[in-house]
Design a protein around this ligand. Sequence first.
Ligand SMILES: [Zn+2]
Length: 111
Amino acid sequence: MIITSHYVLKYDEERQAIRVLSFEAQSCPSCGGQLSGYDTRQRHVIDGAGLARWYLCRRLRCRSCGSLHVELPDFMTARRHYEADVIQQARAGDPAGSCPADDSTIRRWKK
Ligand SMILES: [Zn+2]
């Protein structure tokens, strides 16, 4: 998994998902080799209002070691379906109580 912070989001009518267009040239986190585009993965993210949106994230393949890496925009977190800000606010004990996640999920994030 690779995090990108320089990207544009563009709605893809055909796939009915938001495409993440990154401008960063990434290198392989395993061996430092050059990566090239392989395909895309659909991933949904739940925002602070509890609304889920679908995104198309690039999968990149290393030309040296052949490993595949998903490129996530910086508002996503690996193995989490909520936006990074929502998770961070819940972990900080945001008193607003606006987090749409279950109490058990929030307790798990805090561990
Ligand atoms: Zn590699």
